[in-house]
Design a protein around this ligand. Structure first.
Ligand SMILES: [Zn+2]
Length: 705
């Protein structure tokens, strides 16, 4: 047994001297956690300033689309033709243009399945088996029929997986516009059996399909002075980077379908019945409850028959970065008016009877609340509507999103669990209208910039919808398991979404928690809200980068947060702060001096020294993150007092810091982070006197063998 202790000591001495040698070798390398983020951030320029604001030379490209889309319901196929007008607002001449062909992720030659390691599992349920090992290979992907100039002549192009290069005969000069045509078709995937961010859901009972259609047209890549062409392949996870533009879209579907889409409906008298038009008018002035425009009874009647004819729905959408639509003969439709600072915005829902009464009760109301809450924390919602569609997935597009949730109780009702899940996803996806549909970050590169920011505001909207809403993601205590887990499976937030394990925690949970902590623990609500709103307003209808966010948050608050960004966004360090020891002192006063005398008596001491208690407390920090030390002192008389030392208290010593606390009452106990607001991964060292001896006794057991 002694031998073992000796070995342990040798190991300790050896490693610490090794560490010292290593540190000595590092010499002048500055590893102080409060050093500024200089190398990590791009140099400011006249497009993106040091304040985090767009500069005087900021430009972005504009892309306008004119599209005719036809849905073939019998064959579950989409065909389309489009004219893309590309405005080169950059100062660069472009030799070629890049177009995104997202559907090719489902093409037979797609590499997406090949980069996904897999194993033979013990068991799979039938649905997952069919999805993992389909009997027939799905013939997905865009079938590009033609790429032509506006005069109809063929336009040279090269397809590389999900990207298509348009080869220009001469460079497109700065300030010039280039228009060209593409026509295509593709087989729509069943998103319930094959997965995907869009597709159809089949209802075997009535033979109908609900279509939620997105990434359905060839779309321009972003070109800017940050990435050049953002033409990273679409592997299926890291989402999209898109330019703003105006869309003129005609969508032809079976005549008995109900359809919702991005943009203003231009021909409502042609596609809606007189009854529906009347109710639709009524909805536009009804602010308290949704008005049902196509009822469940009407929808049930329609879904039983099949109309022979077709109908074309015509839309115009201004200044949107993308386009999506949903269509089915099963859809019930309700809508209500939402007052956004004096402007009326419409909240809509489209859902099949299978989603009722859940959708009828909550979908439109949750959508309306989301628009209100997000407008309060960012800017007034600038579009005229937001639609929530019963799409049995969670996916977002401008003015329209697809959400999950169906009644789950035997009597056709729904549990609280299902209700909260459905409302949560609805708030989240409607919230994406703000991030990234309007504050248009590059999702392909930085998932956290839309998912993290959105998951953070989502919490605020959920609590506005229901003060008892069970918040899960975004609270500090809920990220502890992930952050304190196996470090080999954790990547910094500043990683590309395609490349990280535990995508949800990395890109949603951790950044949302980081913002929650910034707001509640580091900056305070007032400073945070102003800075966050400043960022949102500066970058609405523009393309922000991480540096623009980091810089704006500091610029608008007078807080140097580089240490926070560095720790939380660039490393996988954890919070773990503990109390190492407490010394009690009393004073002896003479004519010229005051002597401090340590009180080593057990128990409370100082009975005679009524109004001057001095404690020297040593805090240690096993965790790599620097964070404020939040201390709660409980006095002998039962009262409590709190003290928060800013994170900068760690700037001279990253491992340990000693701080004197003077009080007029005797301290009975001390607790660090009493409200669990710092995501401390090990709270067993957070109290004095130590409450939990577990770690220590474990250690003792270890060395005893
Ligand atoms: Zn999301």
């Amino acid at each position: 047994m002694k031998q073992k202790i000796y070995n342990l000591l040798v190991v300790l001495v050896f490693t610490s001297s090794g560490l010292l040698a290593q540190k000595a070798k590092q010499g002048h390398v500055n590893i102080n956690k409060f050093r500024q983020l200089k190398q990590e951030l791009p140099t400011p320029n006249s497009q993106r300033t040091a304040s985090g604001k767009p500069g005087k030379d900021y430009t972005q490209q504009k892309v306008d689309y004119k599209m005719n889309i036809v849905l073939d319901d019998d064959n579950r196929r989409i065909s389309g033709s489009e004219t893309i007008s590309y405005h080169n607002n950059s100062s660069d001449a472009l030799e070629y243009l890049w177009v995104q062909l997202d559907q090719n992720m489902r093409a037979k030659d797609s590499k997406t399945p090949d980069i996904q390691p897999n194993r033979i599992p013990k068991r799979l349920n039938k649905r997952r088996y069919d999805r993992s090992f389909p009997e027939e290979e799905f013939d997905g992907g865009f079938k590009i029929m033609s790429v032509t100039n506006t005069d109809g002549s063929a336009l040279s192009h090269t397809i590389n997986q999900t990207m298509m290069r348009i080869n220009l005969t001469e460079p497109l000069a700065s300030g010039d516009r280039f228009a060209f045509n593409i026509s295509w078709w593709y087989n729509i995937n069943n998103h319930r059996t094959q997965g995907g961010r869009s597709g159809y859901e089949h209802f075997p009972k009535d033979g109908n399909n609900n279509y939620v259609i997105a990434q359905f047209y060839p779309r321009m890549c972003v070109y800017d002075n940050v990435e050049g062409w953002q033409n990273d392949q679409f592997w299926g996870r890291s989402e999209f980077a898109l330019e703003f533009g105006d869309f003129t879209v005609n969508i032809t579907v079976p005549e008995d379908h109900m359809l919702g889409a991005t943009g203003k409906l231009l021909n409502e008298t042609e596609v809606l019945s007189k009854k529906e038009l009347k109710r639709w008018k009524q909805a536009q002035t009804t602010f308290d409850n949704p008005v049902i425009i196509r009822t469940q009874n009407e929808a049930e009647k329609i879904e039983k028959s099949r109309a022979k004819g077709k109908k074309t729905w015509k839309f115009y959408a201004e200044n949107v970065r993308d386009y999506a639509f949903a269509t089915s003969r099963k859809f019930i439709w309700d809508a209500m008016a939402v007052d956004i600072n004096g402007k009326t915005v419409m909240a809509h829902s489209l859902y099949s009877k299978e989603a009722n009464p859940l959708y009828g009760d909550h979908s439109t109301r949750a959508t309306a609340q989301t628009l209100k809450t997000y407008s309060r924390y960012t800017f007034d919602y600038p579009y005229h509507k937001a639609i929530s569609v019963d799409g049995q997935m969670g996916m977002e597009y401008p003015q329209i999103c697809f959400n999950p949730g169906r009644p789950d109780l035997p009597d056709g009702g729904y549990s609280d669990r299902m209700k909260y899940r459905m409302v949560k996803v609805t708030v989240h996806e409607v919230g994406h209208n703000f991030f990234p549909m309007i504050v248009n970050s590059d999702e392909r590169q930085w998932t956290w910039m839309d998912e993290g920011l959105n998951s953070f505001v989502e919490m605020l909207a959920e609590l506005d919808y229901d003060p008892n809403f069970p918040i899960t993601r975004g609270l500090p205590k809920n990220i502890v398991r992930y952050m304190g887990g196996d470090q080999s499976k954790i990547a910094p937030i500043m990683s590309k979404g395609d490349n990280v394990y535990s995508f949800g925690n990395n890109a949603y949970g951790k950044p949302a928690t980081a913002l929650y902590i910034l707001r509640n623990t580091i900056m305070g609500k007032e400073l945070f809200d102003h800075a966050f709103q400043t960022y949102s307003k500066r970058w609405k209808f523009k393309h922000p980068t991480p540096a623009d966010f980091f810089r704006t948050m500091e610029d608008a608050s007078a807080m140097d947060l580089d240490w926070f960004w560095r720790g939380w966004f660039y490393t996988t360090d954890v919070t773990d702060i503990g109390i190492k020891g407490v010394k009690k002192f009393s004073t002896k006063k003479s004519a010229n001096n005051v002597d401090f005398v340590e009180d080593t008596s057990k128990g409370l001491g100082f009975e005679e020294n009524k109004d001057n208690y001095l404690y020297e407390i040593t805090y240690n920090k096993p965790g790599g993150l620097v964070m404020p030390i939040i201390v709660e002192f409980t006095y002998k008389d039962g009262t409590k007092e709190r003290k928060k030392y800013p994170a900068q208290i760690w700037r001279y010593n990253d491992n340990e810091v000693t701080k004197v606390f003077r009080s007029t009452k005797q301290i009975k106990s001390i607790q660090i982070d009493p409200d669990l607001e710092t995501a401390d991964v090990d709270t067993s060292n957070n109290s004095w006197p130590p409450k939990n001896q577990d770690r220590f006794s474990k250690f003792k057991k270890q060395i005893k063998g």
